[in-house]
Design a protein around this ligand. Structure first.
Ligand SMILES: *Cc1c(COP(=O)(O)O)cnc(C)c1O
Length: 397
C-alpha cells in the first residue's frame, strides 16, 4: 500500500493553487478608464461608467430591470425591503454562504431552514410546503454552484400560498435554464460580483427586478431613499457601486465568455478523470441548463473512498491544493440560528450529509490543464490506497 507521505511527495505542486483566481483585464485598458475618471472627477453616484456598465450588463445577462450594487449582501437586503418583507418568516436553504441567512436577520425576519435536494443541492420543493405558516412571507432559495433550483415547482408553491420568491443568484452569472436567463424566475434575483465569483467588479453585485416601478424603488432604496434633492421616499441604505468598479466590470464583460469556455475545459478534465474513482461522486450537469462552471464540487463517500472528506482536504493542503469545503458548516449551525426549531440536524438530513462530503476543487480559466490532471491523480492515488487495503484484507482471510 502506498504510504501517504509518498503520495504527498509525488503530487505536491510547486506553487499553491487556490480554489479560484479572478481573470484580470489588461492593466493598460484599466488605466485608460482611470484617466477618464481623473478627467471627469466623477467618482460615484450614477456616473457615466456606472450607467454604461448597467446597460451592457443588462444586455449580457438578458434581463431588463438591472440595478448594480456595491455588493450582493446589501442588494439582498434591499430586495427584502423592496418587497416590504421586514417581519415574520422566510423559508431558505442552510447549504449556502452565510450572507443568505444574515440578510434575513438584518431585516428582522426569522429564517426557516428547509432541507436540500440531493441532485440539485438546492431547496427541496417537496419539503417547502410543510414549513409554511401564517408568518411566512417569502421563499429565499439559492442557485448553489450556479445549478438552477427547481424554479417551476417553487413558483407554483409561491403562487398557491401567495409568497414572494427572491433568488440568491450569487453563483449563477450567465446561467441559462430552458433557453431563458435564470434571472427570469422569481420576483427578484441577486448576483454577486465579489472577487471570488466567476464575474467580478472586485466587490459588487446586481439586483434584477421585474417592473419599471420596482426598479425605481430599488434605485431609491440603494441611494438612501433619495428621490430628488428635497424628497426622501423611504428608509434607504447606501448600496451604490462606484466608477472604479464599473470600469472593472465593463472590462470583465469582454472576458467572461472566454473565462467560461476555459473553465469548461477544466471541468471536463476533472469529470473524465474522476468519474470512475471509487467513492467520488461528480455532480452531473442538470438538464436544460447552460452552466457557467463557477465551481467544481465533488462528494466523498468515506467508506468507498477509504478516507474522509476532511482527511482528503488535509492531504490536498499538504500538496499545495487549496480546495474549499463549500458549504461546511451549514449556516444553521451558527450560534445565531442553531436554536431555531428548523435548524435541528434531524430536520435537514440531506444538507447535513452533503456538508460533510463536499469539496470544491480549484477551477479558473488560467489553471494549467496539467495541474488539474495532477489533482485528479492525487485523488485517485488516495482512493487506490483503499483498494489495495481491501485486496490485502481479502488475501488475509
Ligand atoms: C458570495 C455570496 C454572497 C455575498 O455576496 P457579496 O457580494 O460578497 O456580498 C451571497 N450569497 C451567496 C450564495 C454567495 O456565495
Amino acid at each position: 500500500m502506498q504510504d501517504l507521505a509518498e503520495i504527498i511527495r509525488e503530487h505536491k505542486l510547486a506553487v499553491p493553487v487556490y480554489v479560484t483566481q479572478p481573470v484580470m483585464p489588461k492593466l493598460e485598458g484599466y488605466v485608460e478608464h482611470l484617466a477618464g475618471i481623473w478627467e471627469r472627477k466623477w467618482l460615484t453616484n450614477d456616473g457615466p461608467l456606472h450607467q454604461e456598465f448597467e446597460r451592457r450588463l443588462s444586455e449580457y445577462v438578458d434581463a431588463d430591470h438591472v440595478s448594480v450594487f456595491c455588493n450582493a449582501t446589501i442588494a439582498l437586503m434591499v430586495a427584502l425591503e423592496t418587497l416590504r418583507i421586514d417581519s415574520g418568516e422566510v423559508i431558505t436553504t442552510p447549504f449556502t454562504f452565510p450572507a443568505t441567512s444574515h440578510v434575513l436577520y438584518w431585516n428582522r425576519v426569522r429564517p426557516v431552514f428547509c432541507d436540500i435536494d440531493p441532485v440539485t443541492m438546492n431547496l427541496d420543493p417537496s419539503k417547502i410546503e410543510r414549513l409554511i405558516s401564517p408568518e411566512t412571507k417569502a421563499i429565499l432559495p439559492v442557485h448553489v454552484y450556479g445549478r438552477p433550483c427547481d424554479v417551476e415547482t417553487i413558483q407554483r408553491i409561491a403562487e398557491i400560498h401567495g409568497l414572494h420568491v427572491i433568488y440568491d443568484a450569487a453563483h449563477a452569472f450567465a446561467v441559462r435554464h430552458k433557453g431563458k436567463s435564470i434571472l427570469a424566475y422569481g420576483d427578484i434575483s441577486v448576483l454577486s460580483f465579489h472577487a471570488t465569483k466567476l464575474f467580478t467588479t472586485i466587490e459588487g453585485g446586481a439586483l434584477i427586478s421585474r417592473t419599471d416601478v420596482q426598479r425605481k424603488r430599488v434605485n431609491f432604496l440603494k441611494n438612501f431613499g433619495i428621490a430628488d434633492e428635497e424628497t426622501v421616499v423611504g428608509p434607504g441604505i447606501n448600496g451604490k457601486m462606484n466608477e472604479f468598479q464599473a470600469a472593472f466590470g465593463l472590462m470583465q464583460l469582454q472576458l467572461v465568455d472566454g473565462e467560461i469556455h476555459n473553465r469548461r475545459e477544466i471541468a471536463l478534465i476533472y469529470r473524465e478523470a474522476l468519474r470512475h474513482v471509487a467513492g467520488i461522486t461528480v455532480l452531473e450537469e442538470l438538464p436544460d441548463t447552460e452552466s457557467n462552471y463557477a465551481y467544481f464540487p465533488i462528494l466523498i463517500e468515506t467508506e468507498d473512498f477509504g478516507m474522509s472528506r476532511d482527511d482528503l482536504f488535509v492531504v490536498m493542503r499538504h500538496c499545495n491544493v487549496f480546495a474549499r469545503k463549500y458549504f461546511y458548516p451549514l449556516i444553521s449551525h451558527a450560534s445565531c440560528y442553531s436554536a431555531l426549531p428548523s435548524a435541528a440536524a434531524v430536520k435537514l438530513p440531506v444538507a447535513e450529509r452533503v456538508a460533510t462530503q463536499v469539496i470544491c476543487l480549484p477551477i479558473y480559466g488560467s489553471l494549467e490543464h496539467e495541474t488539474a490532471r495532477t489533482i485528479c491523480r492525487l485523488i485517485a492515488a488516495c482512493a487506490a490506497r483503499r483498494d489495495r487495503h481491501a485486496a490485502l484484507a481479502g488475501t488475509l482471510c
